[in-house]
Design a protein around this ligand. Structure first.
Ligand SMILES: Cc1ncc(COP(=O)(O)O)c(C=O)c1O
Length: 400
């Protein structure tokens, strides 16, 4: 445990009195599980984003699984995903017995490269593989390439389901990220841009897919719990139409979510202001590679890269020195093809996706959360400068 009371965490949820009151309201109401709070949250989320259908779930992983199940993928089918992501993106494809097909990131982007996706589509078709869809991830909250990937999906008659875990609430020309493709799944995990502790939301266009997910979200029962316990019809009068899952959101979570949703833009603007400060304070440091400023970005993560060739220490030691100075960080991500399960199952090895591997060796996620103070941010930047000053490799002057 870090003993420093001034420790700056990597992430911190922004919870205020309103969220506390919302939880108390539900606790005192006599109805804790999926009910009117969840219904209201879904309705408010759909009207906020313009999503055709919004379905609340107990995690984004659950939402992605429901989406893959509704898309009908199974053994022999393939879905293109980035290697540079969290395992949930790929594991939900495996839940259905289908296989993820990894693609590397872009030269100057954290996201899956559309040209490489296009080449992969061509090569999978040539091999006669049953390619069903593309699942991009907006790493850190950046929807870069979404438009291109969507066009590729449409041209090739593939589904495009967004793992939008990092990307709420980002509005683009086409609408909110996650709402204008086949489906988008958001995460409300504790460190995300809005939170319900654990939770997620699916935005889906097609009403039949929405209906399937609604049923599969709760055991394959053809009647929602709320309806069973409040309508005139006997609560045991229901049918099971499939072996479904237990993925529903509780009203306790939904009550927190409704408050967070009402503040979503404010929370994002706070993140954006912090990012602008970071960019200004760190811009002179030649041993760092910084992200470019973007408006259309949720800034869930502030990812920097250490130019390790300019320092006498590697990324891990850099993180340790930040930790010793009371600064929490994280690493997003160790690419999936480097993880034993995927490596062994798909016969992958280090070297297969060089850009993702290179990024992983250098990346640090710096602290970023809405209530982070400017003082905390300046302390992070000051510490980074000091570490750099100590470990910067001196360039010897040429002797002409
Ligand atoms: C890219 C990505 N996809 C999916 C998930 C899963 O989200 P959840 O924890 O809500 O299941 C995460 C969680 O961190 C994530 O980062």
């Amino acid at each position: 445990m870090n003993q420093n009371t001034d420790f700056i965490p990597f992430a911190l949820p922004s919870i205020e009195k309103e969220e506390e009151e919302a939880v108390l309201r539900v606790l005192r109401s006599g109805w804790l599980t999926t009910g009117k709070e969840t219904l209201a949250f879904e309705k408010e989320f759909a009207s906020y984003t313009g999503a055709s259908h919004a379905l609340a779930v107990n995690s984004a992983t659950a939402g992605l699984h429901l989406t893959m199940e509704a898309m009908g993928i199974g053994p022999g089918d393939v879905v293109i995903v980035p290697t540079y992501t969290f395992t949930a993106t790929a594991e939900v494809i495996r839940y259905c017995g289908a296989d993820p097909w990894f693609v590397d990131m872009g030269e100057t982007s954290w996201n899956m490269d559309p040209q490489k996706v296009s080449d992969t589509i061509a090569s999978l078709k040539k091999k006669g593989r049953s390619l069903k869809g593309i699942m991009p991830v907006h790493i850190g909250g950046d929807p870069e390439f979404l438009k291109d990937l969507h066009s590729l999906a449409v041209q090739n008659e593939l589904f495009l389901v967004e793992d939008a875990a990092h990307c709420f609430p980002v509005e683009t020309e086409q609408g909110y990220v996650g709402t204008y493709t086949d489906a988008g799944v958001y995460s409300f995990y504790a460190n995300k841009t809005i939170t319900t502790g654990e939770g997620g939301m699916i935005a889906v266009k097609n009403p039949e897919l929405a209906r399937r997910m609604e049923i599969m979200r709760l055991h394959g029962i053809d009647r929602p719990a709320w309806d069973r316990y409040t309508s005139q019809k006997a609560s045991w009068e229901y049918d099971i139409v499939a072996p479904g899952f237990k993925y529903n959101m509780t009203d306790i979570s939904a009550a927190i979510g409704r408050v967070q949703l009402s503040k979503a833009k404010d929370l994002m603007h706070k993140r954006q202001r912090l990012v602008a400060s970071y960019l200004e304070a760190l811009s002179d440091l030649d041993f760092l590679e910084l992200p470019l400023w973007k408006n259309e970005h949720a800034w869930h993560l502030f990812l920097i890269k250490i130019k390790t060739e300019k320092l006498s220490i590697g990324r891990n030691r850099f993180i340790e020195e930040l930790q010793e100075a009371g600064i929490g960080t994280s690493v997003h991500y160790k690419p999936l093809h480097m993880m034993s399960y995927y490596k062994e199952r798909y016969n992958l090895s280090n070297g297969n996706f060089p850009l993702a591997e290179n990024a992983f060796q250098r990346v640090i996620s710096l602290p970023l959360f809405p209530d982070m103070s400017e003082e905390q941010l300046q302390r992070v930047c000051h510490t980074i400068k000091s570490i750099g000053a100590v470990h910067r490799i001196r360039e010897t002057a040429g002797c002409g």
